[in-house]
Design a protein around this ligand. Sequence first.
Ligand SMILES: C[S@@+](CC[C@H](N)C(=O)[O-])C[C@H]1O[C@@H](n2cnc3c(N)ncnc32)[C@H](O)[C@@H]1O
Length: 299
Amino acid sequence: MTPLTHIPVLLKETLELLAPKKGETVLDVTLGLGGHAAAFLEKIGPSGKLIGLDTDPDNLAVATKNLERWKTQVDLRHANFRDLGSLDLPSVDIVFADLGLSSPHIDLPERGFTFREEGPLDLRFDRTRGKSAAEWIVDIDEKDLSRVFSKYGELKQARRLAERIKEVEPKTTVALAECVREIATYRAPSVLPQVFQALRIVVNDELGALDALLAAGPLLLKPGGRMGVMSYHSLEDRAVKNVFRDLATPKRSEETGAITEESPFVVLTKKPVRPSEEEAAENPRSRSAHLRVLGRRIF
Ligand SMILES: C[S@@+](CC[C@H](N)C(=O)[O-])C[C@H]1O[C@@H](n2cnc3c(N)ncnc32)[C@H](O)[C@@H]1O
């Protein structure tokens, strides 16, 4: 695989559940390299429309090329889905989010997402704004860094890791990995991904952006519309599950418990959809994917 390739995850299942139809409008808020978007465009045909967002201008440029043949039907924008409520978007038939990293983030060491190769300790999806992870570590105090490791990395040695990392203030991926190895010793292979994940979550405020997406996305659905969110760690999946469940819960009378108002939404996936054994073997990066789908009723 070249660094500018990304295999779309749960593609067949996404198409089955979101069921794009001829002439529909799709909003893909995590365009990546446009893999899912191209499949949506095939299904919606020449009378359909796709609006695509990505916060990473590099990925957006690749997706723009990859979707060239549909250029009259697509509206691709450099935007963060945290701002979905203020982007002045029309109502759509499908909202789709495939959260987190794309393969180029991991495969290009200069992005600073991988501890396997030397690169600047950056970890931003959007390098045009915000602080890199290295700058962020300089600005945060040790206690808060330790909290980040406990909360987002579920790390047992959070305090000692934070202490060592604040002493060193690493500027590269390899320097950070070295700090982790000093503290975690033989546990380093499992601790390293958790440390990088925790930093990525805070540097990009991933959970804050997801909350904003879950608040604004369902409101953009036309009657009969569908919203699919694919997440790759339990903190994200829990947020999606809870918001979808709450949205689909009818209002009840406090006195009798009887339903007083049906919800306009329904959860279309009772359990999250997971990759098959074959997909996980063919594309190990799909292994942790959880897809949940919400529908808006016709009434
Ligand atoms: C898993 S990839 C999507 C891959 C895509 N489905 C494909 O088939 O090529 C996730 C993409 O979402 C982008 N992203 C992450 N957080 C974002 C946010 N808050 N707003 C917009 N895009 C975001 C990343 O830059 C990355 O390109």
